[in-house]
Design a protein around this ligand. Structure first.
Ligand code: GA4
Length: 337
């Protein structure tokens, strides 16, 4: 075959072919909840990214602002006061140490039970006693916020189920609505980044919260206007998510990835604390009851399509997750070979 040298024009055309501007940087999918027809976009976002932003969400600004100001009040109090609300196992105040497997981040946080059980009441009294003046007010502010955010999470799960033609329609949301639903609420405070050069990543960014996927079904995040959140694309690139305090960010958890037999992706994300401003975020992690079997929904499987995953309950998965390091590829262990 004769080798024909490309002309200089052809060479440049090829070499300078612009990268598709949609792929870099990708635009974060935007879902307008006031338009129910956006359920198609919502499912597409779960398949392509496992992540999207929600506007017209219906959560009253009053609840959001009250929670944010209570959080700032708490995190601004003396360390000795905050420590009275610790340790964060399972609920309470934590600082720098994340989980029980040696992970650290430039972060302080509160882990809260979205619906405290009578048995955990003493834990809660200890936690609330920190809010010396009005402990019950703090609980009310959390309750108001969580109720609304949970409602939104269920609405989103119902839209997904509708678009995927799942039966019954509430097959996903009923897991969060269940009395026994094992959900968590987290408030994070990332103090302004001091001039410390340990725990550095990527030449200069301090890690606030290391890379991980969320083990539950769905996570609903809201932050103030300080940047820091990054999502990982499938090719390994990290993309910074522009903060938007008026919107919510949703991500697919490991359990939803399994329930959709891998159609939806549970997204790897992290927080870098490279800012001079403090970042405050609040996340509702919607999980199923502990005894719930996490398996692909039968109606989603094509004829002859097998589950990609071994059988397990949320209790088993959660146990495994909580005994693993933050960045561990937890779902990998449950994949069929
Ligand atoms: C990530 C999602 C939630 O924040 C969380 C986290 C939990 C914790 O902070 O204790 C874990 C982490 C999260 C997954 C792996 C384990 C457990 C820290 C960690 C190293 C509350 C959750 O449910 O899982």
């Amino acid at each position: 075959v004769a080798f024909s040298k490309p002309t200089i024009e052809q060479f440049f055309l090829k070499a300078c072919k612009p990268v598709n501007p949609l792929t870099f940087p990708p635009t974060i999918p935007l879902i307008d909840l006031s338009k129910p027809e956006s359920k198609h976009l919502l499912v597409k976002a779960c398949q392509d990214f496992g992540f999207f932003k929600v506007v017209n969400h219906g959560v009253p600004a009053k609840f959001i602002n009250e929670l944010e100001s209570e959080a700032i009040k708490f995190f601004s109090s003396p360390l000795s006061v905050k420590q009275k609300a610790g340790p964060p196992s399972p609920f309470g105040y934590g600082s720098k140490n994340i989980g029980r497997n040696g992970d650290v981040g430039w972060v302080e946080y509160l882990l809260l039970d979205p619906k405290p059980e009578p048995e955990s009441e003493s834990d809660h009294r200890r936690l609330l006693s920190v809010f010396q003046e009005h402990p019950e007010d703090f609980r009310c502010v959390v309750d108001d916020y969580v109720t609304e955010v949970k409602k939104m999470a269920c609405e989103i799960l119902d839209l997904m189920a509708d678009e995927l033609k799942l039966e019954p329609k509430n097959v996903l949301s009923k897991l969060l609505m269940d009395e026994q639903s094992d959900s968590v609420f987290r408030v994070n405070y990332y103090p302004p980044c001091p001039e410390v050069r340990e725990h550095e990543i990527d030449g200069g960014n301090l890690i606030g919260f290391g890379e991980h996927t969320d083990p539950q079904i769905i996570s609903v995040l809201r932050s103030n206007n300080t940047s820091g959140l990054e999502i990982s694309l499938r090719d390994g690139r990290w993309v910074s998510v522009p903060p938007d305090s008026d919107s919510f960010f949703i991500n697919v958890g490991d359990s939803l990835q399994v329930m959709t037999n891998g159609r939806f992706k549970s997204i790897k994300h992290r927080v870098v604390a490279n800012s001079k401003e403090s970042r405050v975020s609040m996340i509702y992690f919607g999980g199923p009851p502990l005894n719930e079997k996490i398996a692909p929904l039968a109606s989603l499987l094509e004829t002859d399509e097998d589950s990609l995953y071994k059988e397990f309950t949320w209790f088993e998965y959660k146990n495994y997750a909580f005994n693993s390091a933050l960045s561990h590829d937890r779902l990998g262990v449950f994949e069929k070979i």
